[in-house]
Design a binder for this molecule. Structure first.
Ligand SMILES: Cc1cc2nc3c(=O)[nH]c(=O)nc-3n(C[C@H](O)[C@H](O)[C@H](O)COP(=O)(O)OP(=O)(O)OC[C@H]3O[C@@H](n4cnc5c(N)ncnc54)[C@H](O)[C@@H]3O)c2cc1C
Ligand SMILES: NC(=O)C1=CN([C@@H]2O[C@H](COP(=O)(O)OP(=O)(O)OC[C@H]3O[C@@H](n4cnc5c(N)ncnc54)[C@H](OP(=O)(O)O)[C@@H]3O)[C@@H](O)[C@H]2O)C=CC1
Ligand SMILES: O=C(O)C(=O)Cc1c[nH]c2ccccc12
Length: 449
């Protein structure tokens, strides 16, 4: 049973209370614009508080990770721990007096063309009875993140495996894996750091590398590699910076291909920009790989009871599996376009015709048209903005994206400043016009229907 409520918001609705949502909230506060933040979890920065392992530290230096208008404390180390970062975010929310509505999951957000308003529906699980709430607003800032949902690939036979299978987002420490043979699937920063942590707790990790990966040292000549790359980008083209990074990586780490870590054809920064694939910034896993403490294995063929068969025909006996297989955005599941229903129907008809008449090539064009129409005009079907950085933060009808730049926390901060600036201008214009007639309603941020 649901209770229903409808709330008018005089200002933007921000979806997500992670660093991006907090940053845009802070920038709006600075400009005197009221807003509401909706968060599905019961705390701010739920990714950091609930879905990361104990030993996690920021892997970019602190100056690239602080949010607008509130620097990290002076005594923070170069690479703050996750607990320091969480404390900072708590202080940030307190400093700017940001009070998200917790336990409220956005189910859908639709643009009502007739009124030029957003209708954002949530289910609030705070009380004993779930409450369905509809927020109505002029502006919608999407800050649900690039890592909103875990990616869990399907593997043949995994259900017969019998041992524990966890995603990296549920991994806390290697303590409970002591002495175990663990298969870590994936070799991004999560796979590498989970494998390292397992080693440090006397477990025996084998890490699956199915394709390729760029491993870079976290520091070159005592300076952060990231900072070094950022400085070089001011003077040199990206391809040259990539070449230099790879030369330094070779000089410092040696030939990583020798250990089964094939490098991608594209350079590390180009790959990050085009495919969003983050290079691994090594904090010690490579040493364990070189010493054989972390075994590198190829792609998976199938699982069976207590075993995994690999693509090279080798079979390993394993006790547990950790899927460090990454994350994805959840925007397509709740952000609707007005055309979505009719386009879906059209798509079904077209697919049926395709099956009936087998005239594939002509129909394929129509299917592509349907896919295009089904997409939101700001976000692609993958749930990230279609336009690359720095042009992916603004859509039409008052829609904004914060924190989808593939540039981590520094990208989120830049988005937040641009979005708040834009909304503040529009908000001030609109409130000026409506001030007299709606004076009473606008005195408070929210008024209930
Ligand atoms: C393990 C890990 C380490 C990282 N380390 C770094 C680093 O060192 N430096 C760096 O620059 N970047 C780093 N990143 C990148 C990372 O994306 C950012 O650090 C940051 O958390 C992104 O902030 P965000 O607010 O955009 O997303 P998130 O932190 O994911 O916050 C989004 C929030 O939206 C909420 N939400 C999602 N869907 C809904 C919904 N439907 N309704 C309501 N609420 C919803 C979520 O619960 C969440 O609280 C790291 C990422 C990971 C996974
Ligand atoms: N200290 C820090 O600050 C940390 C930061 N992070 C950040 O969090 C984000 C997410 O990182 P991460 O969780 O590592 O995810 P990534 O998306 O970076 O990596 C996913 C890995 O899983 C592999 N994979 C996916 N599906 C399969 C499959 N079916 N079989 C075998 N392998 C598979 C991918 O291989 P393929 O490339 O072949 O697709 C890739 O190696 C990144 O931006 C990262 O930088 C993460 C951990 C620590
Ligand atoms: O850790 C992440 O996910 C980030 O997005 C941080 C980041 C942004 N640009 C980069 C380039 C190289 C390594 C990390 C990052």
């Amino acid at each position: 049973m649901f209770t229903r409520r409808c709330i008018w918001v005089n200002g933007p609705v921000i979806v997500g209370a992670g660093p991006s949502g907090l940053a845009v909230g802070a920038c709006l506060k600075n400009r005197g614009v009221p807003f509401v933040v909706l968060e599905r979890a019961d705390c701010i920065a739920s990714l950091w508080q609930k879905r990361t392992y104990d030993r996690l530290k920021l892997h970019l230096p602190k100056q690239f990770c602080q949010l607008p208008y509130f620097p990290f404390p002076d005594d923070f180390p170069e690479y703050p721990t996750k607990y320091q970062f969480i404390n900072y975010l708590e202080s940030y929310a307190k400093h700017f007096d940001i009070n998200p509505n917790f336990n409220e999951t956005v189910q859908s957000a639709k643009y009502d063309e007739t009124f030029g308003l957003w209708r954002v529906k949530t289910i609030s699980a705070s009380g004993l009875i779930p409450v369905e709430i509809e927020y109505i607003c002029r502006w919608l800032a999407v800050a649900t993140g690039e890592n909103a949902e875990k990616v869990v690939p399907e593997f043949e036979g995994l259900t017969d495996f019998g041992g524990p299978v966890a995603h990296a987002c549920d991994y806390k420490s290697g303590k409970s894996y002591c002495g175990e043979r663990v298969l870590v699937v994936g070799c991004g920063n999560s796979g590498m750091e989970v494998s390292l942590d397992l080693c440090n707790h006397n477990a025996k990790p084998s890490m699956v590398v199915r394709s390729s990966v760029h491993v870079l040292p976290r520091e070159v000549f005592g300076k952060s590699t990231f900072e070094f790359a950022v400085s070089m980008m001011k003077w040199l083209p990206l391809w040259l910076v990539d070449k230099l990074l790879l030369i330094f990586a070779y000089l410092i780490l040696g030939n990583t291909e020798k250990y089964g870590l094939k490098r991608p054809c594209l350079g590390p920064l180009e790959l990050k920009n085009t495919a969003g694939k983050t290079p691994v910034l090594d904090i010690g896993a490579l040493r364990k790989i070189k010493s054989g403490k972390i075994k590198i294995v190829p792609g998976i063929k199938k699982f069976s009871r207590g075993k995994v068969e690999l693509l090279n025909g080798q079979t390993l006996e394993i006790d547990s599996v950790i899927l460090a297989t990454g994350y994805r955005s959840n925007v397509p599941s709740w952000l609707k376009t007005y055309a979505i229903t009719c386009v879906r129907n059209l798509r079904t008809v077209v697919t049926t015709l395709q099956v009936l008449f087998l005239i594939y090539s002509k129909i394929k064009i129509l299917i592509n048209v349907c896919n295009y129409l089904q997409e939101n005009e700001l976000f692609s079907n993958d749930g990230v903005p279609k336009n690359p950085f720095p042009n992916g933060w603004k859509g039409s009808g008052g829609l904004y994206a914060v924190g989808f730049t593939r540039r981590g926390l520094s990208g989120a901060s830049l988005d937040a400043i641009s979005v708040a600036h834009d909304i503040a201008h529009a908000w001030k214009d609109e409130t000026k016009q409506t001030k007299k007639s709606f004076a009473a309603r606008h005195r408070r941020c929210i008024s209930h229907f």
